[in-house]
Design a protein around this ligand. Structure first.
Ligand code: T4K
Length: 440
C-alpha cells in the first residue's frame, strides 16, 4: 500500500499551495487531457498531488500501450475510504477535551469549527449538526412547511425520509439527463396548490440549476431547501452553491469529502435564522427555563468538531487528489464504447465526491454484470442511486412514484455505477479499474 500522499507537514503543503497560486484552483478541463498523458498538467497541482499524478501516468502509459493491469488489489477496494489526518495532530485536541470535560452543547471546538467553516465555505451562517439527516429534518421544521414538497427520486433515501419524518408528502419529479439533478421544467409541472417547498439534491456534488430553481421558488412563493450532502466546497461561478435557496444541508459523514466521522450542517443567510435553527437542534430550548419549539437533539459533539478542525487543514489537498483521480478516469475511459462519464462541472468548482459512470446498451455486458465482475476482483463500486427512492415500498404508492413518470431517473438508476474515488486511492487500482472496464 502506497504512503498517503497527503501526509506532508502542513506548513510545507501550505507553502507549496501558495507558490502554485491561483492556477492550482483551476478545474482540469477535458481539453487538457489531450495527448493521453497527464504530465503536462502537473504544474497546476501541489507537490503531494503531483506524486499521485506521476504514478497515475506510469500506470496509464502501460494501459494505453495495450497492457492489462493483471495484479488484483491486495485488499478490497471500496467506493470510498474516509480521509483521516495524522493521529498525532488530533491527540492534543482530545487531551484538551479530557482536561476540560466540555464534551458537547456548543463547546469551544464547536464554535471554532462553525467560524472556520463559514470562512472556508464562503457562507454567511452555518449551524453544525450530528448528521445531515437530522439537519434536513430541522431545516424543514424551521421553514414551517406543510402539504407537498417536490423532490428527486434519484438520491439517497435520507432526502425523502426527512420529508416523511416531517409529516410532508414527497412529490417526485424527473431529473435532467445531463446532470441527474432535478429538471426545473419537471419541478414546475409538479406544482399544485398544496406545494410548499422544493427539496433538490446537488447529486454527486454537481450543482443543480440553482438559478432556475430559485426563480421557480420565488415565482410560486415556495421555499427551496437544497440537500447539499455531497456538495462541500462546491462553487458556481465563484459563489458557494450553498448560498442559493433558503437553506442548504451538508453531510460530514465518513463517506463524504470532508468528514467528522458523523456530522452535518445547515447553511443559512442570517443570524436570526441560525438562532432559530440552533434552538431547534437543542430541544427547542431558549435559555435554561424556556422551550419555544418542538426541537430535537441534533448537536455536534466536541469530539466531532475537534476532528473537523484538523480535517479542514487537509481538505484542499484531498480535493486536489480527487481531482487528479477524476481526470485519470475521464482520460482512461474516453472512447470506451457504451461507457459515459457525467459532464464535469465546467464553470463550477467541483469537489469530485463521486465518480459515476453510465453503462449504455452498446456496452458488451450489463451494468450489473460489470459490477459483479469488478467485485470478484476485490473492487467494490456502488450503484448510487439504485433503486430509485420512489421504488422503495413506503414510497411506491405515491401517485408521483410511477416509473413511467420518471423515465430519466429510472434509466440512470438502471445504468449507473460509482467507481472508487478517494484521496489516497492507489493509482494502480485506478489503472486496473479502467483496464477492466475497457476489457470486460
Ligand atoms: N442526503 C444525501 C443526498 C445523502 O447522500 C446522504 C447520505 C444524506 C442526505 C444523509 O447524510 P447523513 O445523515 O449520513 O450525514 C452511505 C452513507 O452512510 C450516507 O451518509 C451517504 N449519503 C450514502 C450515499 O452513502 P451506504 O450505506 O452506502 O454506506 P456504506 O457503509 O456502505 O459505506 C460505503 C463504503 O464506504 C463502504 O463499502 C466502505 C467505506 N466506508 C464506509 C464507512 C461508513 C469506510 O471505509 N469506512 C466507514 O466508516 O451509505
Amino acid at each position: 500500500m502506497q504512503a498517503n500522499p497527503l501526509r506532508v507537514p502542513s506548513a510545507e503543503a501550505e507553502a507549496d499551495r501558495a507558490s502554485n497560486g491561483a492556477a492550482e484552483q483551476k478545474p482540469l478541463a477535458a481539453a487538457e487531457l489531450d495527448g493521453e498523458r497527464l504530465l503536462h498538467t502537473h504544474a497546476t497541482f501541489s507537490a503531494p498531488v503531483q506524486a499521485v499524478l506521476q504514478r497515475l501516468e506510469q500506470e496509464f502509459g502501460r494501459i494505453l500501450d495495450g497492457a492489462r493491469a493483471e495484479t488484483p488489489p491486495a485488499e478490497p477496494i471500496y467506493v470510498t475510504r474516509p480521509f483521516l489526518p495524522p493521529l498525532d495532530e488530533f491527540t492534543p485536541l482530545l487531551e484538551r477535551i479530557w482536561r476540560t470535560r466540555v464534551l458537547t452543547n456548543g463547546g469551544p471546538y464547536h464554535r471554532e469549527l462553525e467560524h472556520r467553516l463559514r470562512d472556508h465555505l464562503g457562507v454567511p451562517e452555518i449551524a453544525l449538526f450530528n448528521n445531515a439527516t437530522t439537519a434536513l429534518i430541522v431545516a424543514l421544521r424551521a421553514l414551517n412547511l406543510s402539504g407537498e414538497v417536490i423532490t428527486t427520486p434519484y438520491s439517497f433515501v435520507a432526502t425523502s425520509h426527512a420529508l416523511l419524518w416531517s409529516g410532508l408528502t414527497p412529490v417526485f419529479a424527473d431529473v435532467d439527463p445531463r446532470t441527474l439533478n432535478l429538471d426545473p421544467a419537471a419541478i414546475e409541472a409538479a406544482i399544485t396548490p398544496r406545494t410548499s417547498a422544493i427539496l433538490p439534491v446537488h447529486c454527486y456534488g454537481h450543482p443543480c440549476d440553482v438559478e432556475a430553481i430559485d426563480a421557480i421558488g420565488r415565482r410560486h412563493g415556495l421555499k427551496v431547501i437544497y440537500d447539499a450532502a455531497h456538495a462541500f466546497g462546491v462553487r458556481r461561478q465563484g459563489r458557494s452553491v450553498l448560498t442559493y435557496g433558503d437553506l442548504s444541508v451538508l453531510s460530514f459523514h465518513a463517506t463524504k469529502v470532508f468528514n467528522t466521522f458523523e456530522g452535518g450542517a445547515v447553511v443559512c443567510a442570517d443570524a436570526a435564522r441560525k438562532d432559530q435553527i440552533d434552538k431547534l437542534k437543542n430541544f427547542g430550548h431558549d435559555g435554561e427555563t424556556c422551550v419555544v419549539d418542538v426541537g430535537m437533539n441534533g448537536k455536534m459533539s466536541e469530539l466531532n468538531a475537534a476532528l473537523g478542525l484538523v480535517q479542514l487543514k487537509y481538505v484542499d489537498s484531498a480535493l486536489d487528489c480527487r481531482r487528479a483521480i477524476d481526470a485519470a478516469y475521464r482520460a482512461g475511459l474516453r472512447g470506451v464504447r457504451g461507457v459515459r462519464c457525467l459532464d464535469d462541472a465546467s464553470e463550477d468548482t467541483a469537489n469530485y465526491a463521486y465518480f459515476p459512470i453510465l453503462i449504455d446498451p452498446e456496452y458488451p455486458i450489463s451494468r450489473d454484470a460489470l459490477n459483479e465482475g469488478l467485485k470478484r476482483e476485490g473492487i467494490h463500486p456502488r450503484r448510487y442511486f439504485y433503486p430509485l427512492i420512489s421504488e422503495f415500498p413506503m414510497y411506491r404508492s405515491l401517485p408521483s412514484a410511477r416509473r413511467e413518470l420518471l423515465p430519466v431517473a429510472a434509466r440512470a438508476a438502471d445504468r449507473v455505477l460509482c467507481l472508487p474515488i478517494y484521496p489516497d486511492l492507489d493509482p494502480a487500482v485506478v489503472a486496473r479499474v479502467i483496464s477492466r472496464i475497457a476489457n470486460p
